[in-house]
Design a protein around this ligand. Structure first.
Ligand code: T3D
Length: 262
């Protein structure tokens, strides 16, 4: 059968494409496991220095494949707590814990868990025609895939509640204005721009970038003293990297640094 996640490694960037376009790249179990395996590989493989996540066809991802949840099949109410714990939550945790940048190119509609997986990524670009929909309320569910956590942090409680309770589409441009995502770009430019950013990150000081990601993510859960302690520890580690020595040397020699991710 066709691969549910296409993976291609080049220039240090692992490009992952959700690939169930007929179902708007909605998640079935196979796609969950394929995506998870690729993110785990990214963590292990030193050749991978950034991830670029996108979708095939006209959508980014429509969240859970509701065909796999058809109540008319008479199998009784599913245990969605179990499916979150088994499928969505591990992927969310992996994206956040990966000490390498994850760029998301939202090429079309991102709905339900599809929207929230995009929002878990480190740099989110979206095509201007793309929209974000917290679709859960339309079918009686709650925001998942980290959405109830990331939305209020990204846009504040008023907008988070508006998005989650009303489940109306938010266009990419508005998402940028609200600080939900990094940038909305012209549709025709999306993949060029996302590739440019991911390639630049992949050529960066990977250890320092990974520690930077960790620090920014820690901030909301810590007070200033704790954060200062963590900055001290991370800076100590960064200061021992070969890329730091290269960065300073290149500066003093007035040339571009050649980071190796070490
Ligand atoms: O279950 C658990 O494990 C708990 C976890 C839940 C996480 C979740 O994500 S819950 C939320 C699930 N997602 C949704 O509720 C979104 C459903 N989809 C839509 O609302 C719309 O499709 C979109 C707004 C995303 C796009 O609308 P539009 O008009 O551009 O396209 P369309 O015509 O609705 O969809 C095109 C096809 O994709 C269509 O199939 P067809 O008629 O061509 O055979 C449609 O049924 C299919 N499709 C779209 N989304 C899903 C889907 N098929 C299965 N599951 C989907 N989520």
């Amino acid at each position: 059968s066709e691969e549910t996640v296409l993976a291609r490694l080049g220039d240090g960037v692992l490009r992952l494409t959700l690939n169930r376009p007929d179902k708007l790249n909605s998640f079935n179990e196979e796609m969950h496991l394929a995506l998870r395996a690729q993110i785990e590989r990214a963590g292990r493989d030193p050749q991978v220095r950034a991830i670029l996540l996108t979708g095939a066809g006209r959508a980014f991802c429509a969240g859970q494949d509701l065909g796999d949840r058809d109540p008319r099949k008479g199998t009784g109410a599913p245990d969605l707590g179990h499916t979150l714990e088994t499928f969505y939550n591990p992927t969310l945790r992996l994206i956040r814990a990966l000490e390498k940048p994850v760029v998301c190119a939202v090429n079309g509609v991102a709905a339900g868990a599809g929207a929230n997986i995009a929002l878990a990524c480190d740099i989110v670009l979206a095509a201007k025609s793309a929209k974000f929909i917290q679709a859960f309320a339309k079918i009686g569910l709650v925001p998942d895939a980290g959405g109830s956590w990331s939305l209020p942090r990204l846009v504040g409680e008023a907008r988070a509640k508006g998005l989650a309770l009303l489940a109306e589409p938010l266009m990419a441009g508005q998402a940028e204005d609200w600080g939900l995502i990094w940038k909305a770009v012209e549709d025709a430019e999306l993949m060029n721009e996302a590739t440019r950013i991911a390639t630049r990150l992949a050529g960066g000081p990977t250890l320092g970038l990974g520690l930077t990601k960790r620090l920014i993510q820690s901030a909301a859960g810590q007070d200033l003293d704790q954060q200062l302690d963590q900055e001290r520890d991370c800076q100590r580690a960064a200061g021992q990297s070969a890329d730091y020595a290269e960065g300073v040397t290149a500066f003093l020699e007035k040339r571009a640094p050649a980071f190796r991710g070490l």
